[in-house]
Design a protein around this ligand. Structure first.
Ligand code: ARG
Length: 462
């Protein structure tokens, strides 16, 4: 960072430059330089509109448009010297534009303010991130669909309270995550549609007396329309909050899946093997293969949700219209966006690469009396018992199996009949896990036929 006089942009009424501490707390160029491309796109749209409405000359607009491209390539090539004294990306770009093209640069800021400028730049930046999130989610959903398709009929234990509950299928479990990420996808699309109004031309807060054309700049920047109220346009950070809220819910989903991968890849479970590409080793224990990516994804929710909470606190109670507090929005959103994109990409890689251990899944599927509900249902269906009685009888049989240190299918018919005399040999058919999952054909259920139907519905949707 070089030091330049801060007076060149707004210093007319100032006799002295700012204290170093003032400059340090005030400057945002250290982080908002990430919006350089958006800032220059916004300025090019604004300049073209000023010429079209006769506010500035065509030749000035031309010089501005070309000069801005020069500045952009200097930034992209890493040749631009950012100045803290020039506070932010907006003034850094404009100041450099003046050096490149001279006098016409001073006409660019006609009919706008940094308040509508920053809102526009930041919206464009967040919109790009929503598009990236959409792509990330689609890739992750496809990876999950591939896993679900490969193992639509592989049996595994389903859990509640992390205790074995009922057998389910691998495909069913994968598709549960597809539903979650599918809702995230729809939140991303909703947020994008709602935020896509252009603040540009709201100026400082009140609009402008110049005959600007806000529809023209909105269209040039890919917005659906100009925002309807200039006070709201410069005060609004809902789009950033919705981005963080959407990211938070998705990160929560990612953290749940990450946690399952951590558990499943342990020696105690062996449900999945993570690839070498998405695991790490230990510097002391040679046997270790650690699921670090999953653990870090599990942790990213902390930063993302922290950013969400922090920006809510920043915005809470702010009077209209712009306040400098709002400059604190960017680092939070930048960090959350980086964390979210990386977490989605890492999850995508892990899911694509991982191998489900079909034998371990099947062996575990039958443990823990997972077909006890099937037994109770049989007592209802075949013997006509009320469900509560069937539940009790099954409980007694489970206790008996537990005492004998065996699973339900290992009990003899005599054992069963000692609890209820009418039980017949047919009951054993429902105690197998394959039978159990195949029977759960209700809409959205775990039966492979239902899982394949879910997969088909998703493939049509995509
Ligand atoms: N750097 C500022 C921000 O990020 C730009 C807007 C400054 N506006 C102002 N009136 N000081 O919010």
């Amino acid at each position: 960072m070089t030091d330049k006089s801060s007076n060149q942009m707004w210093g007319g009424r100032f006799a002295a430059g700012p204290d170093a501490i003032m400059e340090a707390i005030n400057a945002s160029i250290g982080f908002d330089q990430r919006m350089a491309a958006q800032d220059i796109a916004g300025s090019r749209a604004h300049a073209a509109m000023l010429a079209a409405t006769g506010v500035i000359s065509d030749s000035d607009a031309d010089a501005i448009a070309k000069g801005l491209l020069t500045v952009l390539s200097e930034i992209q090539d890493g040749k631009f010297e950012f100045s803290t004294a020039l506070e932010d990306i907006h003034m850094n770009v404009e100041s450099r534009l003046k050096e490149v093209i001279g006098e016409p640069a001073g006409r660019l800021h006609t009919g706008r303010s940094r308040n509508d400028q920053v809102a526009t730049d930041f919206k464009l930046w967040v919109r790009d991130q929503l598009d990236a999130a959409e792509a990330g989610l689609l890739a992750l959903i496809e990876a999950l669909l591939a896993q679900a398709e490969a193992g639509a009929d592989w049996v595994m234990p389903g859990f509640t309270h992390l205790q074995v509950a009922q057998p389910v299928t691998w495909g069913h479990h994968m598709m549960a995550y597809v539903e979650m990420f599918g809702r995230d996808l729809s939140r991303v699309r909703d947020a994008r549609a709602r935020m896509n109004e252009s603040p540009l031309g709201a100026a400082a807060l009140a609009g402008t007396s110049f005959p600007i054309d806000r529809d023209m700049t909105a269209k040039a920047l890919g917005f659906d329309r100009p925002s309807a109220n200039s006070l709201d346009a410069v005060s609004d950070r809902d789009f950033a909050l919705e981005f963080l809220g959407t990211a938070s819910i998705c990160a929560m989903h990612l953290s749940r899946m990450a946690e399952e991968l951590v558990i499943w890849s342990s020696a105690q479970f062996r449900f999945v093997a993570l690839s070498d590409r998405f695991s790490t080793g230990s510097s002391i224990m040679p046997q270790k293969k650690n699921p670090d990516a999953a653990e870090l994804i599990r942790a990213k929710i902390g930063r993302i949700f922290g950013a969400n909470t922090a920006l809510m606190m920043v915005m809470k109670g702010l009077p209209l219209a712009y306040s400098k507090d709002m400059q604190e929005d960017k680092e939070l959103v930048f960090d959350a966006a980086d964390s979210w994109m990386l977490a989605m990409a890492a999850m995508n890689g892990m899911v694509r690469d991982m191998t489900a251990n079909r034998d371990s899944l099947a062996a575990a599927a039958g443990s823990g009396f997972s077909t006890a509900t099937d037994l109770a249902d049989w007592l209802v269906r075949v013997l006509g018992l009320p469900f509560r009685d069937a539940h009790h009888i099954t409980g007694v049989l489970v206790a008996m199996a537990e005492n004998n240190d065996c699973d339900l299918p290992d009990l003899s018919l005599e054992d069963m009949q000692s609890v209820h005399a009418d039980i017949t040999i047919d009951v054993f058919a429902v105690l197998g896990v394959e039978n159990s999952v195949n029977s759960r054909t209700s809409y959205g259920g775990t039966a492979p036929t239902q899982v394949r139907a879910q997969i088909e519905r998703w493939k049509e949707r995509l």
